[in-house]
Design a protein around this ligand. Structure first.
Ligand code: NAD
Ligand code: USQ
Length: 397
């Protein structure tokens, strides 16, 4: 297949590009490199030393003889260029990673909120309308998030996208209705992903676009089989307070002898998936597209759920790191349960990498190896969800 990977320079995008190229597909990376600019804005860098996208592509070609094609396009701002690119290249599949994906970054200031909404909503809508306008028959696979649902539990499993409800009509008869599972986003970033869902629903129903939306949990880990083939193919690893996700942050905190920053009591339960499984799930989703006219196909792309304080304890027991319960900069439930259905990927043959298998490798191979590159002053998460919380976070010792 000819596959366009939008956001192919990012943390999940890059290993996906290599995996698909390794399978023999013709892969085109479209990226505006905004993530690299945001590193510059924040004064941080990936824990792992990342080469330019052009250099990464060159190394892959030298190793495998397979070409990766890079196109510098801002899909949120350069609508005409995106449309022309799709008309010229007519990809069979499009994978859409190209959004601002950090919840803390999206809550830093009004400017960051505006940027995140403009970037993410325009990126998705531009892509959908360009697909209709050019008439290409590509399968669109989007990376969504488990976080669109919020984390208030009623003790029932979160289904894969849809919920059957019963409502009473004016005649008093009970009628069945299938609805998108209700969203309750907990950040501006998660809100944009909830908006994406409505855009997908509209374009699938109105124009027959074939769309798969992967509601992914928190991705942890760094390496995949392909990124390990050469030092210069290494994946990015974010550890800072805005982009670092919780488990990867705990790993690097343990490696630099920094107390594990548990927000509040750490009673938050979240869904997780290893980067290798994330890449595999995308391959499985590409292989099983919906038909034109089908509803959007939604998968829960996660393999395990864990409570944050249990993760901290696990890493502390493994490494001897101290745990610090700090004032939570976010507005979120202090404790929640989370049960998630992920039957579809298991049925397609996914064999999950568990924390128990992968964690020690990450500590030794990545966190300890690159610990010298960490700027300790950028580890603390300071982006507060409200002005009231900001006062509390700043006064926290
Ligand atoms: P990332 O920030 O590392 O990568 C996103 C890439 O998209 C970057 O290379 C960036 O430059 C590019 N991009 C952003 N806006 C663009 C635009 N307007 N035009 C062109 N390129 C643009 O993020 P990631 O961690 O790789 O996540 C990829 C996707 O998966 C995101 O949509 C995210 O919401 C979703 N996701 C990630 C996680 C996770 O834990 N990392 C979990 C669930 C879902
Ligand atoms: N947390 C801590 N300590 C930290 C960092 C985070 O206790 O040092 C807590 C947070 O308060 C939160 C939980 O850990 O309760 C998860 O935070 P996170 O930063 O790991 O994840 P999140 O902000 O939800 O976002 C990440 C990705 C995002 C993706 C989402 C999947 O950045 O792109 O959509 O995970 S999900 O969480 O399922 O929505």
């Amino acid at each position: 297949m000819k596959i366009a990977v939008l956001g192919g320079d990012g943390f999940v995008g890059w290993p996906t590009v290599l995996h698909l190229s390794d399978l023999g597909h013709e892969v085109h990376i479209i990226d505006n490199l905004s993530r690299r600019w945001i590193d510059t804005e924040l004064g941080v860098q990936s824990l792992t030393p990342m080469d330019s996208i052009q250099e990464r592509c060159r190394i892959w070609y030298e190793l495998t003889g397979r070409r990766l094609h890079f196109h510098l396009i801002d899909i949120a701002r350069d609508y005409q260029i995106l449309r022309q690119w799709l008309a010229d290249h007519k990809p069979d599949s499009i994978i859409h990673f190209a959004e601002q994906r950090a919840a803390p970054y999206s809550m830093k200031s009004d400017r960051h909120k505006v940027y995140t909404v403009n970037n993410n909503v325009n990126a998705t809508h531009n892509l959908l309308t360009a697909m209709v306008e050019t008439g290409i028959d590509a399968h669109l696979v989007h990376l969504g998030t488990m976080g669109v649902y919020g984390y208030s539990s009623v003790g029932a499993a979160i289904p894969e996208g849809y919920l059957d409800v019963e409502i009473e009509n004016l005649e008093g008869e009970k009628k069945g209705l299938e609805v998108l599972y209700p969203t309750k986003p907990g950040s501006v970033y998660h809100m944009t992903k909830s908006m994406d869902q409505i855009l997908f629903q509209f374009y699938a129903q109105n124009d027959g676009l074939r769309i798969t939306d992967l509601h992914q949990g928190i991705v942890w880990g760094t390496h995949t089989e392909q990124t390990q083939r050469h030092e210069q193919l290494i994946n990015r690893f974010d550890y800072d307070g805005d982009y670092g996700t919780v488990l990867n942050r705990f790993l690097i905190q343990a490696a630099i002898d920094y107390p594990l920053t548990v927000h509040g009591t750490g009673g938050q339960t979240r869904a997780f998936i290893h980067i290798k499984d994330s890449v595999k799930c995308i391959e499985l989703a590409l292989d099983t597209p919906p038909a034109a006219g089908d509803r959007v196909k939604i998968y829960n792309q996660m393999t395990e759920t864990h409570r944050i304080r249990d993760l901290a304890k696990l890493i502390s027991d493994m490494t001897g790191a101290k745990i610090a319960n700090i004032a939570n900069p976010r507005k979120e439930a202090p404790e929640n349960d989370l049960i998630v259905k992920n039957d579809q990927f298991l049925a397609l043959g996914l064999e999950p990498t568990t924390l128990a298998e992968g964690l020690l490798d990450e500590v030794v191979e990545v966190a300890k190896k690159y610990a010298h590159r960490v700027d300790r002053s950028r580890v603390r998460a300071l982006s507060a969800w409200t002005k009231d919380i900001a006062n509390r976070v700043e006064t926290d010792p």
